[in-house]
Write a protein that binds this ligand. Structure first.
Ligand SMILES: [Fe+2]
Length: 295
């Protein structure tokens, strides 16, 4: 049994910013944080989620983006320190979100700062592959700077081609392939149009042809279960709420998901537990269901 914890969209508190830091699109994100988001994304909720997660002793932790808010250098550094507190790079795999990519992810951005958390076994950039026994985690980047008012994501042609190759190889090896992506690859509430994945159809086509056993995402701040119909069977698609949400103004109440993956007679069983933070100090509530996935 392999146990994967899925935590997403923590939106760590925005540090003080100088006026010159807020040129361009960042000013919108800064206003949004101070107008409402800072009263939703609460460090106490995130800390409770982390304690609850640690108490379940997962084998690995997947973080599907939006660690920060407007990609300030101080936020990228704070995110790196937060990741170190969550676990060592070998235990934690990260894909960035649109809020981590207000500026390019490359030099000076999140990717080099978070390198050991976002790269694969061979140190490769995303789509990055980590093999753990019979499971493979595949991290896909959708964070690219977008125009004002857009929180779209994009996988891009090069990454889609590499993803298809890697999924095919891992499928031939008989591994349980779990894809980590920030934006939902389905047109769902909070994740379509100018908030959606621009090349979602191309991503779904790759998963449909090459196969994957599970796709997990963040971005919408809502729990969601969907699927991508594939040549060999359906791939479940699961979204988790923000790990720091102390209210439901911008999505569902905060929490995290636990996936328990085991071999079945044919394919895999994936037990899904959605854990939700209660009011301050209250116990978490949990809902559980099982998925059967054929390769
Ligand atoms: Fe987010």
């Amino acid at each position: 049994m392999f146990r994967l914890a899925h935590l997403t969209d923590p939106h760590l508190p925005l540090p003080p910013a100088r006026l010159r830091d807020l040129l361009g699109k960042r000013v919108l994100g800064w206003q949004s944080w101070h107008r409402s988001r800072r009263t939703t994304h609460l460090p106490a909720v995130l800390a409770a989620v982390q304690r609850d997660l640690e108490a379940h002793h997962p084998d690995r932790i997947a973080v599907t983006g939006d660690i920060g808010n407007i990609s300030l250098p101080a936020e990228i550094a704070a995110a790196r320190a937060w990741l170190a507190g969550l676990g060592p790079p070998g235990q934690v795999m990260v894909v960035p979100g649109n809020h981590d990519a207000y500026v390019p992810l490359g030099p000076g951005g999140a990717m080099p700062a978070w390198a050991p958390y976002v790269t694969g076994d061979a140190g490769e950039a995303q789509p990055a592959v980590r093999r753990i026994g019979e499971v493979a985690l595949i991290g896909v980047n959708t964070g690219w700077p977008m125009p004002w008012w857009s929180s779209q994501g994009r996988v891009g042609g090069d990454q889609l081609a590499a993803l298809e190759d890697r999924l095919a190889v891992l499928g031939r090896e008989g591994l349980c392939r779990i894809v980590l992506i920030h934006h939902p690859p389905l047109a769902i509430r909070g994740g379509r149009g100018r908030k959606g994945l621009a090349d979602a159809a191309a991503f779904r086509a790759v998963v449909s042809r090459a196969g994957a056993e599970l796709v997990i995402h963040g971005h919408t701040h809502r729990r969601h279960l969907g699927k991508i119909e594939g040549v060999a069977g359906a791939t479940p698609v699961i979204g988790a709420p923000s790990a720091s949400a102390g209210n439901d103004r911008h999505g569902d109440l905060g929490g995290w998901n636990l996936y328990e993956i085991g071999r079945a007679a044919r394919g895999w069983t994936i037990g899904v537990t959605c854990r939700t933070a209660g009011a301050a100090g209250a116990p978490f509530t949990a809902s559980q269901f099982d998925l059967a996935v054929s390769p």
